[in-house]
Structures are given as C-alpha cells and as structure tokens.
Write a protein of this length. Sequence first.
Length: 181
Amino acid sequence: MTENIQEKIAESFEKHYNQFGFKKTSVDDISRDLRISKKTIYKHFNSKEQIFKYLVQKISVQFRDMIEPKLKEVPTYEKKMEQLVFIIFQDIRNWLKESQDSFEFRFQFELTQKAFQEAYHSLVKDLFIAGIEKGEFSKTNIELTLRFIDSMLLESMKLIHINHDLGIEQDTARSILKLLK
C-alpha cells in the first residue's frame, strides 16, 4: 500500500513538473490533485526534492532495464562499452526528436537528462569494473575515470542537443575506450 501511494505521489509530481517545472510545482498541488493531506505526502517523502529524486531513480531503472538486454550478446567489454555509447546517442536523438516541439520540453529534458545520466553512469561503471576484472581495461582510479567519461558523454549530449545530425558517436566511443585502456 505504501508503495502504491508513493507511486501516485510521484505520478502527480511528474504531471505538475512537466507542466510547470520544479520551482512552480508544490506539495499543495500534489495534495489537491490526489485529494490527500500534505501530512500523508510527507509520511512518504521529506520534500519535493526527494520526490524528484525518487522519480529520477524510477525512470533511470526503466532506462537501464531497456538497455541491459541489448548488451548481453555483445562478446567483449570493449565492444559493450562502444555499443552503450551508440545506444546513448540513439536514445538521446530519438528523445529529442519526439520532445522538441513540446512546450514542456525544457522541463522534461531536465528530468530525463538526470535519469539518463544516472542509468548510463551505473551501466558504464558496471562495464568498466567488469572489463578491469577481465583484463580488457586498465586498472585506474575508477571514480576519476567515471567522472571523465560522464563529462565526455554530457558534453557530447549537449552538442547533439544543439545539432541533432552531428555524428560524434564514433569519436566519443573512441575517446572513452582510449581512456579505459
């Protein structure tokens, strides 16, 4: 029952967030929408920031669940990492094309970007660690390397956001693999 109420709160938050953005979405809005007290909301979430984080985590798990099967059949961790980069770019391009004309695009982009980053970060980390264990990647400072990779991916995503037709997947994948070897 608790999980069901959390889901309803998160869904209501997402609806308001997509329409008005984070700043203008309030616990009062969610309370009115669901016809529950603010006290009930605060039993499940300490703040609207926590609702946002819950929603990002939920979407992140969905992204990860969609991507993992695509990587299962890829034979090496190097190829898995390369494939993941291509999947990231494909997903970003598809999402941008579907969402760009929408008025709520700016708000949805922020939420989706955070969820993408969380999902991809955890996948990159898992692939990197497994690749080290298999001897495909060099053992370096994992957290620092992951930050470099996150930065490369984020900057590449920004470039794709500006120019959807920019073909930088191969260069990004090559740069990441050089960093890992």
